[in-house]
Write a protein that binds this ligand. Structure first.
Ligand code: AMP
Ligand code: GLY
Length: 422
């Protein structure tokens, strides 16, 4: 089968790697892909959805998998399905779970899914009133997609009011911020839980923990994610059971009953407070870098998982995972996350290390292949070094051994990924 993967990150690279293990997969195409996905398949410089659909028809692409949220919110799934193509991801309507925080919060409230106390508003007066009724810390969120930057954790009432004012006036996030959510701060530990959904049935993947802050000990500014590991021992069976009955099942039933069945990856941002999972947010796609750790843990076919997810057939699937742990360490470019950096050649030591043989690999993200055939670091998060092991400590050791073999000017990474589990 020929498969198309939409996206350009380490997430899409790791999906490509997982698909490659299945003999049923013939050709893999990436649109647009990155400088390294050409090692797994062919990169397409097509961005128009209709032209992509033409390509799929002309090249017998039987499944398309969508990595990032933007094309989902823009309706790529609707267009492909209208044209009779199979595609894994939610419709534009269902993607509002990520595309609009107000939609998501109101949906959670309608279906009694536990979430932080909140209001949605476009009135500064109302925002102030609610802010005054809360104790600091207070969270202020822009409604629309802001590339992960639309959430302000305000330490004081004044800071919360200022953030609300800046958003509502359109100063901080333009139209994406002219409606906001103000909510109480939840103090607990954060998990990323992924459910592969086909509209009715679902498969929960091993829970991951992401490290969003730039620096060790979760200090410094927020980033897209500096590393992650899975499965996390911070989730027990009781929490998984609560997620099933209080979160995933009501969400899938609710979406179906409201006429927008959810198909694709439901990314559940969970805060566990006193052993209770409370929902921070939904995303409608895999987390990045979480996907890079979860994909290698999949023992059964990734193709079957996505194909059956796309064709409402998960019921017939037995999904198996390796009894292992994965730790992924992001190597970022010099100026990340502040601004873009000068391209830097990437050199990976060609040194055999028994420990790494079959137990570690690189998932490439912000890289470009230049005319000279070499790979250059050109994005913010350049690549992810993934280690696998029988324990988190072993997987972590291997990930960092690999980090030590990768060089480019200005590289930086955290040295404590998975610390909360050790
Ligand atoms: P979101 O885009 O809603 O996931 O927010 C980004 C990050 O802000 C989350 O991953 C959390 O770390 C943090 N966050 C969001 N909402 C809350 C909340 N109510 N309480 C504590 N932290 C939050
Ligand atoms: N790693 C978090 C995200 O992809 O949103």
């Amino acid at each position: 089968m020929n498969v198309l993967i939409i996206g350009a990150g380490g997430r899409e690279y790791s999906i490509g790697m997982a698909l490659k293990k299945d003999e049923k997969v013939e050709k893999i195409y990436f649109a647009p892909g990155n400088g390294a996905t050409d090692m797994l398949g062919k990169n397409l410089m097509i961005s128009d959805f209709n032209e992509l659909a033409d390509f799929c028809k002309e090249n017998s692409v039987e499944l398309t998998i969508v990595g990032p949220e933007a094309p989902l919110v823009e309706g790529i799934v609707d267009l492909f399905e209208e044209r009779g193509l199979k595609i894994f991801g939610p419709s534009a309507q269902a993607s509002q779970l990520e595309g609009s925080k107000i939609f998501m919060k109101n949906f959670l409230a309608r279906h009694n899914v536990p979430t932080a106390k909140y209001i949605e508003t476009d009135s500064l007066e109302e925002a102030y009133k609610f802010i005054n009724s809360l104790e600091a810390t207070i969270v202020v969120k822009a409604d629309g997609l802001c590339g992960g930057k639309g959430v302000i954790i305000a330490q004081s009432h004044d800071e919360a009011k200022e953030a609300a004012g800046e958003m509502l006036s359109g100063n901080s996030f333009g139209d994406a911020g002219t409606s906001i959510v103000v909510e109480e701060f939840l103090d607990g530990y954060e998990l990323s839980v992924f459910a592969i959904c086909d509209g009715e049935d679902y498969v929960v993947l091993p829970a991951a923990q992401d490290h969003k802050r730039l620096l060790n000990n979760d200090e410094g500014p927020n980033t897209g994610g500096m590393g992650a590991y899975a499965p996390t021992p911070l989730v027990n069976d009781e929490i998984y059971a609560k997620l099933d009955t209080r979160v995933i099942i009501p969400t899938l039933e609710g979406m179906k009953n409201e006429g927008m069945p959810f198909k694709g990856v439901l990314f559940i941002g969970v805060m566990v407070v006193d052993n209770e999972p409370i929902i921070l947010e939904y995303n409608v796609r895999f987390g990045d870098p979480e996907c890079e750790e979860i994909m290698p843990l999949l023992k059964s076919s990734a193709l079957d998982l996505f194909y059956k997810g796309a064709t409402n057939d998960l019921k017939s699937l037995e999904v198996e995972f390796h009894d292992k742990y994965a730790v992924g360490v992001v190597m970022a470019s010099k100026e990340y996350p502040y601004k873009s950096s000068v391209p830097a050649e990437i050199i990976v030591d060609d040194i055999y290390h028994e420990e790494l043989d079959g137990n570690a690999h690189i998932s490439y993200a912000g890289v470009t292949r230049e005319e000279d055939g070499k790979l250059y670091a050109t994005g913010g998060r350049v690549l992810v070094c993934v280690g696998l092991g029988d324990s988190i400590a072993e997987a972590q050791k291997r990930a960092y051994l690999l980090v030590g073999q990768v060089h480019f000017a200005g590289k930086h990474s955290r040295t404590d990924i998975a610390y909360q589990a050790l």
